[in-house]
Ligand binder design. Structure first.
Ligand code: CTP
Ligand code: MG
Length: 262
């Protein structure tokens, strides 16, 4: 019988989006350049991707005009052993989705599968890359790593009229927590599906474009099933100064915490 699902050897690329400005971290430099445990956030992320051994090509989107990150990627590339992945660099765009599109355009011909990863998730364990890659090899067209949600999540609306003097927002509902997941990266796709999803997003107006926070939501809009595998606590997105403190703590060694992996 001829199998139609991609084999484990399907040509896979990883896109690392590292072109953000890191405003919420407030370091006054692109987040990918911010030091973490004696290295930059980007170097941690890149080492994780290489160690996972899932990709033949890694394409990094860096801020337009950046030279420091480009130089550090060149040095990193020189140190890679023969047979390691090809690493290329592109200028990112003004939104995350634009950076993904710029990197997709630079993937080698023949690429079948792609994992899109946030450089900001500098400490993502190898096994998360492998889980996503394995699910693609099993025939999924789209895969995301997720974690259970610990907080109760409510929807709210702005208060108006006389209620506005009491509080700025009022609760409109409580989402059922057992059905909610916090979504991480790397998110894996058949490249043709991700390309189609981003082409469709080209028709979005500014408000719709601003609401795009991950790639999977674009694929969902195509009606393609998105499968979920377990993520990892260590895979936190370094967004605020508190996240950076947590990431530093993780690197400092065993804290006696048993990681809940969802
Ligand atoms: N990203 C990107 N291009 C952009 C915006 C974001 O490549 N124009 C990347 C970031 O570098 C990051 C990932 O997308 O690795 C997730 O974005 P986020 O955590 O929001 O990072 P920043 O946009 O840099 O941070 P902030 O929103 O606080 O400015
Ligand atoms: Mg951002």
């Amino acid at each position: 019988m001829i199998m139609s699902t991609p084999s484990k050897r399907a040509v896979t690329a990883v896109i690392v989006v590292a072109a953000g400005s890191g405003e919420r971290l407030g370091y006054g430099m692109p987040k990918a350049q911010v030091p973490l445990g004696g290295e930059t956030i980007l170097m941690h992320a890149l080492r994780g991707v290489v160690a996972s051994d899932v990709a033949r090509q890694i394409c990094v989107a860096v801020p337009k005009g950046d030279t420091a990150l480009r130089e550090s990627i060149s040095e990193f590339t020189i140190d890679l052993v023969d047979g390691g992945p090809e690493i290329s660099v592109v200028d990112g765009g003004s939104s995350r989705a634009d950076s993904v599109r710029a990197a997709m355009a630079a993937l080698e011909d023949g690429t079948e599968l792609v994992l899109v990863h946030d450089a900001a998730r500098a400490l993502t364990p190898e096994r998360v890359f492998q889980r996503v890659s394995d699910a693609l090899a099993s025939g999924a067209k789209a895969v995301i790593p997720t974690m259970p949600v610990v907080d109760t999540i409510k929807t709210v609306a702005e208060t108006n009229g006389s209620d506005a003097s009491i509080a700025p927002e009022v609760v409109t509902g409580t989402a059922p927590r057992e059905q909610l997941r916090a979504v991480q990266t790397p998110q894996g796709f058949e490249l043709a599906v991700l390309r189609r999803a981003h082409e469709a997003a080209g028709l979005f107006d500014d408000k719709q474009s601003a609401a795009v926070t991950d790639d999977a939501m674009l694929v969902e809009l195509l009606g393609v099933p998105v499968h979920a595998v377990r993520g990892a606590s260590q895979s936190l997105k370094i967004t605020t100064p508190l996240d950076l403190i947590i990431a530093e703590g993780l690197l400092e060694g065993p804290l006696g915490i048993r990681w809940v992996e969802g």
